[in-house]
Structures are given as C-alpha cells and as structure tokens.
Design a protein around this ligand. Structure first.
Ligand code: F0G
Length: 431
C-alpha cells in the first residue's frame, strides 16, 4: 500500500492512493495527504544536490518524501527544477522593494514551472497504466505535457484555445508529437471539453485539478526555502490563472511549517491580469467568487475566467494572510520591458508578478524593507510575438516607451560605422 491517500478538500472523504479520480462525489477537488510526512536533513538534501542520479538531481524528486515517495524506476523525470534565484538592482528600484529575489521557473526543461507538476503526474500516469494523457492549456501545460509524454512514450492530447496561445508553446506541443486539438473559444471551454473527453474515453487528465500535479508544484516552495537556508521571506508573489500554483505553494509552505522546517509562513500574493481577474474581483468586493465570461489579457498564459482551483487558492490565502491584486496589461508590458531589459527576461504572465509587487508597494500593502520573492513562471522565448510587438512599437492601444526597435542597415560599411559611432557617442539611458 502506498503511504498517502487522496482526500476531498470539501468533506474530507478519503480515496485510495492511486484511484483515478479528480473530484469527490460531493463535487470537491482532491488533494494528496501523506501518512507520515517527512523531509531529510540538510546534509542529505545537499548530498542529493551533488548526486548524479535523476531522482536526487531533480529539484522535485530531491524532496520526494514530501512530494510522492516513489521508487527510482517509477519516476519520469527530466531533472526539472534547480532554477536560479536572481537579484537585480534595477528591479529593486523599479518595484521599490529593497530585497527582491526572482526565482526563474522559466529555466525548467520545457521553459516553465509546469514541469514540476508534470513529472509527478506522468509518473503516476504510468503507475495507473494510463493509455493516454490529456490536458487543456493556455500553452505551457501543453508544452510540458508534450515533452514528458514523449519522454515516456505515452500518447498525449492537448486541447488549446484556437489562435490564443503563444507561438513558442504551440511549437513545443507540435514538436514533441502531442496531438494538438484547437478548440474554438477560450481556455475555459477547452477545460470543460477535456474533462468530458477524459471521463468518456478513460484518458488520464493532467491539468492542475489532478492532485499529483499540485504535489510536484509544491517543490517551488521547497527549493526556494532550501536555497534561502530556510530563512522565510516576508512575501512570495505569483501570477494567478487557473490558481493551481498558488494553491500548491500554500500547501507546501504549510507542510514545511508543520514539520518545523520553517518557523512561520510567508505571505502569499496572487497577481491577476485586470481582464482575467475573477478572484481579485471577489477579493476586492467581498462578494462570493464568480467566474467571468470572457477573459482578456495580453498575458495569454493567464487568460482564464473560470479557474478550477479557486477554492484551494482562497484557503491558502487565508492560511498565509495572503492578498490578491490585479494589474493592467499596460503595467504587465511595462514590467516585462524592465524584467527583459535587466537581462533576466520572462514571458508576459510572469512579469505580472513584478507589476503586482510594484502595485502592492504603491498601495502600501508591501513594505520597502520586506524580503520579497517573485516567481517568474515562464521563459522569455515562450511568447516572441509579445516581445517583438513591443519593441517594434506595433501594439495599438499600448504605450511602448522602452521599445528597442531593430535598425535596418544598407550595404555600406561606412554608413554602418557612422551609425555605431553616433550610438556610442550618446549611449541610451539604461534601466
Ligand atoms: N504563469 C504562466 C507562465 C502560466 O503558464 C500559468 C498557467 C500561470 C502563470 C498561472 O498559473 O494556472 O497555476 O494559476 N498556465 C496554465 C497553462 C493555465 O495551461 O499553461 P496557475
């Protein structure tokens, strides 16, 4: 018998560890509850960090006792995680936060934080003997699923809103051989479709409604705190779309505290894009959560009106004295120009985090001396169109003050030299 069970977050009904189900009969979502959670001491964790074995080197499976205790040969891993934490004076000045850490989850194998959940979900898919796996996605989940499914030879079906996912992500799904199904309408419709298809066709669903995805996602918190030598930051800030990641972070942090590994919880801030902010709206108004019909934002990764994990997320926010904030598309693009301009770079949804931190500082929610950690969820190259449109100032409705447009050159070397000399004589202001 495996040392965990699945329990309903609403009514606490328990189900067997590897039962293929995503909801309780009461409608509540499920989560993994470990029978006897533990985490090895730092010596052992550091030994694993230096090891050459997949199970130790992966920034997810290194913490396996608190993720999912599987055997080595049961794991489908691409040595995910191990993402860097950066500092940037320019971004500290921009946000007004004295100590800002940026954990770059875009450095995962498929370029987003989704790999952390996917390695666990695909390992379980094999354990339960799934004949195929599927997800709905705004792009990154599908890219990650395509990669991990290819790595272990399982057929994958990804349902994406037609014309609404960034090119980098679409290209990954196609390249890794996933059956890519473009659904008319938006992500929320694709999410409904995939749930029905998975039920009807007995295909294993690996969206974040799958509790094993959440277990893998928690490792962001473990790896971050391990890196910070368990010195708890005051805030951890994430973008919110389907709200799986924020829920996972809250669960992971709570488990670390229960084990005594950290002595308090950081506050969690979830940042939504203004046109896709059902949680922020409920939060501000104090009214019950309600999905919104047509989500809209340039940050296509978080263009979601009916997030599946909103209840889990609210629970996590309550536990961490968290907050929800929304930012405009202009704020997202401004923040992205700064994140990209300082040499780090990330996709638009990730930069909503930095915009949100700036906003929370302005509103006085977050103090200038509070140690803050931003999770940059996806790589700059995921959405080349957004970056190029900004820098060629080809974006109606938006200001692009930091556009760095390409310069067409003729064939004359003398002219080229003159051009460079002019630039070098008056270097443009840097961020
Ligand atoms: N940032 C990026 C880059 C994302 O791709 C997503 C979600 C989020 C933030 C939000 O995370 O959904 O856990 O609240 N992308 C999903 C996808 C929906 O299909 O790739 P969340």
């Amino acid at each position: 018998m495996r040392p965990w069970k699945l329990t309903c977050v609403e009514c606490a009904t328990a189900f067997p560890p590897l039962e293929v189900r995503y909801r309780c009969s009461c409608g509540g979502t499920l989560e993994v509850q470990h029978d006897s959670p533990s985490l090895p001491d730092d010596r052992e964790l550091d030994r694993r960090l230096a090891s050459r074995r997949d199970r130790d080197r992966s920034g997810v499976w290194r913490y396996r006792e608190l993720i999912l205790p599987l055997e080595e040969d049961e794991i489908v891993s691409r040595r995910e995680g191990n993402t860097n934490v950066y500092r940037s004076e320019a971004l500290e000045a921009y946000t007004g936060v004295g100590e800002l850490f940026l954990k770059h989850e875009g450095e995962n194998p498929s370029g987003s934080f989704k790999d952390r959940g996917m390695t666990v979900a695909l390992s379980v898919a094999r354990l339960v003997g799934a004949r195929a796996v599927a997800c709905a996605s705004t792009g990154n989940t599908s890219a990650s699923l395509a990669s991990y499914a290819a790595a272990c030879g399982l057929p994958a079906f990804v349902f994406v809103p037609a014309g609404k996912i960034a090119f980098g992500k679409l290209s990954q799904a196609l390249a890794h051989g996933a059956h890519t199904l473009q659904v008319p309408g938006d992500f929320d419709g694709a999410m409904r479709t995939v749930q029905e298809i998975c039920d009807a066709e007995s295909i294993y669903l690996v969206n974040s409604i799958n509790p094993f995805r959440i277990e893998g996602q928690k490792s962001i918190a473990f790896e971050l705190l391990h890196e910070l030598e368990w010195k708890v930051p005051d805030w951890i800030v994430v973008p919110g779309g389907n709200l799986g990641n924020s829920s996972a972070l809250a669960k992971g942090l709570d488990e670390l505290r229960a084990l005594g590994r950290i002595d308090r919880l950081p506050r969690l801030a979830v940042v939504q894009a203004e046109g896709a902010a059902p949680l922020a709206r409920a939060w501000r108004s104090g009214r019950p959560f309600e999905p919104i019909a047509e989500a809209r934002t340039v940050a296509t990764a978080i263009r979601i009106g009916a997030p599946v994990s909103w209840r889990k997320c609210l629970r996590g926010l309550a536990a961490t004295r968290g907050v929800v904030v929304s930012v405009s598309d202009q704020e997202i693009l401004d923040a992205k120009a700064r994140v990209d301009g300082c040499g780090i770079g990330a996709e638009p949804a990730s930069c909503a985090t930095v915009a949100g931190i700036r906003r929370l500082r302005e509103e006085g929610v977050l103090g200038p001396g509070e140690r803050t950690c931003a999770i940059l969820t996806g790589h700059l190259l995921k959405d080349p169109e957004a970056t190029v449109r900004y820098h060629t100032a080809d974006w109606e409705g938006f200001e692009t003050p930091r556009a760095n447009s390409p310069v067409p050159l003729g064939s004359s070397l003398a002219e080229t030299r003159r051009h460079l000399q002019e630039i070098l004589a008056s270097p443009p202001p840097r961020p």
